[in-house]
Design a protein around this ligand. Structure first.
Ligand SMILES: [Fe+2]
Ligand SMILES: [Fe+2]
Length: 228
């Protein structure tokens, strides 16, 4: 008789391990990226790889928050002002991330941009984790299902980590910065060139839509104002 194939216990226990709750997961990301910034500060030699890994970490983290965690907070009733501030802070960080992706560590101001980005992220993390007042505390108070979200985010994170190559990272999408989007991302993403110096071109209405064909947030506001 043929012996039954045994599954390795290590494999089994890895499968059974539940995903951490969403907040624990995001806090672990915060600690990880802080460590990466510290490593960059002390690094010598070619720091390009490390800089791009920091950018990847931040792009994945902001996507998880913007696509899964923040919408769940809004749906559970966390104050709009708080969620808007978090989004604007993300978009501010994206401006610096785009700068880092387009330059090399030996370019002028590069290390200063990494340093300022690290301080900026530190501030944002402090705001998110602020006891009683931050997004995380408000999410718990609003009874956001952090366990279910943790599962969802763990799956999404795995997908994003596998998808993004630190050497060819996509420019992150702005949600609240219309000017930065139009000046940089919009036309360059659409036409493969910078928005600057294209004055004679007519504005492309497709830039007012997300890749999913949804109106961008500022378009929703324009539509709402026009309807009044
Ligand atoms: Fe965060
Ligand atoms: Fe955040």
């Amino acid at each position: 008789m043929k012996a039954k194939t045994k599954t390795s216990p290590a494999k089994n226990s890895a499968k059974r391990n539940p995903a951490p709750d969403a907040i624990a997961m995001l806090k672990a990301d915060h600690v990880k990226v802080d460590g990466m910034f510290k490593k960059y500060e002390k690094a010598t030699g070619d720091k390009t790889k490390l800089a791009h890994e920091i950018c990847k970490e931040l792009i994945v983290h902001t996507e998880l928050e913007e696509q899964i965690f923040y919408p769940a907070c809004t749906a559970a009733g966390v104050e709009e002002d708080l969620m808007d501030e978090a989004q604007v802070e993300h978009d501010g960080a994206k401006v610096m991330i785009i700068e880092l992706l387009g330059k090399q560590p030996d370019d002028e101001y590069y290390d200063a941009k990494v340093k300022v980005l690290s301080e900026y992220i530190k501030h944002h993390v402090k705001e998110e984790e602020k006891p009683g007042e931050g997004v995380f505390a408000k999410a718990r108070k609003a009874k956001v299902d952090v366990e279910a979200l943790g599962e969802k985010m763990a799956t999404k994170k795995e997908e994003l980590v596998a998808k993004y190559n630190p050497e060819k990272l996509p420019k992150p999408e702005f949600k609240s910065f219309q000017e930065a989007f139009e000046a940089n991302i919009g036309k360059s993403a659409k036409n493969g060139k910078s928005g600057k110096g294209n004055d004679e071109e007519a504005p492309d209405p497709a830039n007012d839509l997300t890749p999913m064909g949804e109106p961008r947030p500022w378009m929703k506001n324009k539509i709402a104002r026009a309807a009044k």
